[in-house]
Design a protein around this ligand. Sequence first.
Ligand code: ZN
Length: 107
Amino acid sequence: MTRFEQELKNNVFVSSFCTRCDKHVWPPSDMCNSCFGNVIWRPVTRTAKLIEFSSKGDEVFGIVEFEGSIRVMGRIMTASALQIGQMLNLTECNFDGKAKFVLAPIV
Ligand SMILES: [Zn+2]
């Protein structure tokens, strides 16, 4: 299990970050994909912008973007209509064979 996956299991969302390039390395990796240097693991701000979404039955899934560059697919818990570009809170993350993200609109 990678550092990224271990942290997710504890409801902590971290990303690999290259201090030399000053950018997130995403998808998470032990090595920077630009300079091949070592990365550090940094907590990601738990607010995300909604990029797109779709619903399946009464479940809503969407692609959300953290810190302007990290895009993940997550489940969105909402009782009201969503709008592209609105901000969401990461309420829960987990790892269960794959990364799981649960978000809710900021009220
Ligand atoms: Zn780098």
